[in-house]
Design a protein around this ligand. Structure first.
Ligand code: SF4
Length: 342
């Protein structure tokens, strides 16, 4: 049996592992022990020291531990580490480790490639390769922790792919990483970013009301949003805003709107005023992102002056706003570039 035919053991929750262990004729409590070892980041069954040798051999025959290999790695002077990870079947994804005042964070991918087609994004240039499993999303965190030797206390699902286009994988990942017997990451330390798949926003509000939600807006109106985000053709601006309002009402939680500021496209004072009028009085927060320029895309990042002016207009209208600190500016920081520039 080769490793591709075996199942990735990182995909199983403790209760699912219990069923597997029982089938192998072992005591159920072994499942918690194995789950604990996996969260520690072990890469082979023989490292599970308190597991009987016969059980380890049985597991080895049927399962593999799907920790990806770092096939490319870039490190920035500011401590940002960007990795191109490769899974056993050759699928490649990017993950980025970042240091913030509040602690270390990782941005992980939910898919290899993306089919959403945002015109400023490198991840979508070759379309969707495939969605990742929950275990493969968790494996990026485990692999990055091992590679950097640093604890990781915050996870952002904002790398390659649209997480809500892989809702099953995303849900499984959140359950896996939150599980007390394993990584035990608080739900409030997880942020999921979507380009605006409305039915899934509603589902997510019910399933995971404690997980942070960020919506990539990037425009103050439908006409402009359609120019850069094809998803707007399916899910219109007003409907998206309505779903976001419902999200804040249902969860009582603030929603973050991501806004990549693109020179000459969406950075004008008129755009800022229109966005402010949309968001005034909301339980929301705007995150202005200086665009990471992408080879093969013509967009340029807005200059510091226009970003500052944009921010001022939002603030003067009572809209909470921050400008995202540019991390890893000396490396291929734009998502999807490391995979393409290999
Ligand atoms: S910005 Fe996100 S949703 Fe849009 S194409 Fe890129 S990865 Fe996909």
């Amino acid at each position: 049996m080769n490793s591709i035919e075996k199942q990735n053991i990182l995909n199983y929750l403790p209760e699912e592992l219990e069923a597997i262990i029982s089938e192998l004729g072992e005591k159920k409590f072994r499942a918690s022990q194995i789950f604990g070892w996996l969260a520690k980041g072990v890469s082979c069954f023989d490292d599970m020291k308190n597991i009987p040798a016969a059980l380890r051999a049985d597991l080895e025959e049927r399962y593999y531990i799907g920790i990806p290999e770092a096939v490319r790695r870039q490190e920035s002077k500011d401590g940002t580490v960007k990795c191109l990870f490769e899974f056993a079947d050759g699928t490649q994804v990017e993950s980025v480790f970042m240091k913030y005042e509040y602690g270390n964070s990782i941005c992980i991918s939910s898919q290899s490639g993306c089919r959403m087609g945002c015109t400023f994004c490198a991840s979508t240039l070759d379309g969707l390769d495939r969605s990742l499993t929950g275990g493969e999303m968790l494996a990026q965190v485990l692999a990055m922790r091992k590679l950097t030797g640093e604890d990781i206390g915050h996870v952002v699902v904002m790398g390659m792919g649209e997480p809500f286009d892989n809702y099953d994988g995303l849900s499984k990942f959140i359950r896996l990483i939150h599980e007390k017997k394993g990584y035990d990451l608080g739900l409030r330390n997880i942020t999921v970013s979507t380009c605006g798949l409305i039915p899934k926003i509603r589902e997510f509000a019910v399933d995971f009301p404690q997980v942070n939600l960020a919506v990539s807006l990037h425009a103050p109106n439908q006409k402009l949003r359609e120019q850069t985000m094809p998803v707007a053709g399916k899910y219109g601006y007003d409907d998206l805003m309505q779903a976001c309002r419902e999200y804040t009402e249902l969860t009582g939680r603030r929603i973050t709107f991501e806004y990549a500021v693109i020179d000459g496209v969406n950075d004008s004072a008129a755009c800022a005023k229109e966005l402010a009028s949309r968001l005034k009085g909301w339980l929301s927060h705007v995150n202005l992102i200086p665009l990471n320029e992408v080879r093969g895309r013509e967009y340029k990042t807005a200059n510091g002056k226009s970003v500052a002016a944009f921010k001022k207009i939002l603030e003067s209208n009572g809209v909470a706003v921050t400008v995202r600190r540019t991390l890893g500016s000396d490396i291929d920081a734009a998502c999807g570039q490391l995979r393409r520039n290999r």
